[in-house]
Design a protein around this ligand. Structure first.
Ligand code: FE2
Ligand code: FE2
Length: 261
């Protein structure tokens, strides 16, 4: 049995510090073999830089995924080409820089991960996530023992439909992007672990990780404002998936919440 922790959208400094503080102990206590984290919000809530990616990998994350905020930091489009263990969403246009997947290994077992962006209520230019996932799976099957698909999307229906579409063909389909953990973690009938959203890693005393006041004010008058990263009630949120080494199916999935102690 192998254990994978998938950490949801790390938000700003509070999220980065939470990962650095809690991950070494979590890895030890829970005997975790693989850690994947979505880091699309690490740079003050929007995007990522090369230096931040390096520090997250040094804090015990094995692979970094990204979402619709992938290009928010200027220069990252050049830095991403230099980085291993970091991938951008696989269904972006092929001309975009960066890897479309990452393969990590532990105890002789190889795990491939890739992200697809949803298309319902999402602004990015992206190809069909269902067809992209089919193509990626065909390509990765020979290179990895288990495949983890991250569905970075707004609509629960799109995420759930993709989970059923891939049931039995990948080890897990794990949702991110909404920053709110959902209570539907389950192993689907053919052995694929699924959850609509693993939640964010960052300050929950705010609105999706941002300070409350400017967000409420924007809802009231519609005027643009800076949304600084919030501070209070910092939590690490993710999904713990147990993988059968022989079948590469998921045996179990549970939502993991760690509060700042
Ligand atoms: Fe996010
Ligand atoms: Fe996102």
């Amino acid at each position: 049995m192998l254990k994978l922790l998938f950490i949801g959208d790390i938000v700003g400094r509070p999220g980065r510090e939470m990962v650095a503080e809690s991950l070494p102990r979590l890895r030890r206590e829970q005997a975790i073999d693989f850690v994947i984290a979505n880091a699309e919000n690490v740079a003050a809530g929007a995007g990522i830089t090369g230096a931040l990616a390096k520090s997250i990998l040094e804090s015990g994350v094995d692979a970094i995924t990204l979402g619709d905020h992938v290009w928010d930091q200027r220069g990252w489009e050049n830095e991403i080409t230099e980085m291993d263990h970091v991938c951008r969403p696989a269904n972006l246009p092929a001309a975009c820089p960066g890897w479309d997947h990452v393969i990590i290994s532990a105890r002789g077992f190889r795990v491939a991960v890739f992200t697809v962006l949803g298309r319902s209520f999402m602004g990015m230019k992206a190809e069909c996530p269902f067809l992209c996932a089919d193509r990626m799976i065909a390509q990765l099957r020979a290179q990895a023992d288990a495949i983890i698909v991250e569905v970075h999307a707004e609509a629960t229906s799109e995420k759930i439909a993709l989970g059923w579409h891939l049931d039995g063909r990948v080890t897990a389909v794990l949702g991110t992007h909404t920053h709110v953990p959902t209570a539907d973690a389950a192993v689907l009938p053919k052995g694929t672990a699924f959850i609509c959203d693993v939640g964010m890693t960052g300050p929950y005393a705010g609105v999706l990780g941002r300070e409350t006041k400017p967000v409420i004010a924007k809802f009231l008058d519609g005027m643009p404002r800076r949304f600084e990263v919030a501070e209070g009630d910092v939590r690490l949120s993710g999904a713990l998936v147990e993988i059968s080494a022989s079948k590469a199916h998921a045996e179990k999935i549970e939502l993991l919440t760690v509060r700042k102690g």
